[in-house]
Design a protein around this ligand. Structure first.
Ligand code: SAM
Length: 238
């Protein structure tokens, strides 16, 4: 129906005292829980300026954190940048006794391999527009949050003896992701989750390569999510 015709019909009906009501918008199916979950949205409104992770990805992290609060072990995030997902982690776990360890160079991505990570090789030093200072301020009153600057795993001394229930690995490039797998795999408690942010990201082919290579001889099989993330649940201690 043309617009002019619609307008004429509307006018005629209105003269007769009738009104055409606009069709009610159908809610999306399957439901968008990330839009409906009130507690999540309160947190998300505070972090959207400080994260490059999409709302759906943040909602995945949020749900894993709720699950992990009943698994023993600490929490780590490698790849903090401006602190958005780290803030989410702290908010959800604030009433638990877990320590949250945050690692980043806070001066941009380390050197990438030109074949495995061509985008990062071309764009060396991405994510340098942040600082340790700004992250220290963000968590200034949080005794349970420990922030370490530098290239992981060179900075891993403080967690050598720790075990984990949830680790968010958001470091984009092959070498960083492989180093995280090598460090954390044997330090995950049973039921603990390793979540890889960049697995399906076309600009990070090295992420998928590292995860697939590392888990090719392990019991755990990386599970791919429509958000582009993937995760494993640790099935036994070693
Ligand atoms: C995509 S950003 C993280 C995004 C962040 N989670 C958010 O909420 O927006 C990736 C970060 O990983 C960091 N990174 C990459 N490899 C690293 C490594 N080996 N050690 C420490 N930081 C690393 C970079 O400095 C960068 O800040």
């Amino acid at each position: 129906m043309g617009d002019l015709f619609k307008k004429i019909i509307k006018k005629i009906l209105s003269l007769g005292g009738y009104e055409i009501k606009p069709k009610a918008k159908k809610p999306p199916s399957p439901i968008h829980l990330w839009d409906n979950d009130r507690d999540f949205n309160i947190i998300y409104d505070n972090i959207s300026k400080f994260t490059i992770a999409s709302k759906q990805r943040c909602y995945v992290i949020y749900q894993f954190l709720k699950q992990c609060s009943s698994v023993s072990g600490e929490i780590a995030e490698i790849g903090v940048f401006k602190g958005g997902t780290a803030y989410l982690i702290n908010k959800v776990l604030i009433d638990t006794n877990k320590t949250i360890y945050l690692f980043d160079t806070f001066s941009g991505s380390p050197k990438a391999d030109h074949e495995k990570d061509p985008f990062y090789y071309e764009n060396e030093g991405m994510f340098s527009d942040t600082s340790l200072d700004s992250i220290n301020k963000m968590f200034s009153n949080q005794k349970n949050v420990i922030i370490t600057q530098g290239e992981f795993p060179k900075t891993s001394n403080i967690i050598q003896e720790k075990y984990f229930s949830f680790v968010h690995i958001d470091v984009d490039i092959y070498k960083s992701i492989m180093e995280c797998c090598l460090f954390f795999y044997n330090r995950m408690n049973v039921g603990g989750i390793l979540l890889f942010d960049d697995y399906g990201d076309l600009s990070c082919p090295g992420a998928k390569e590292a995860v697939d290579e590392f888990f090719s001889d392990k019991l755990e099989n990386p599970i791919y999510l429509p958000t582009g993330q993937s995760f494993i649940i640790k099935v036994n201690k070693k």
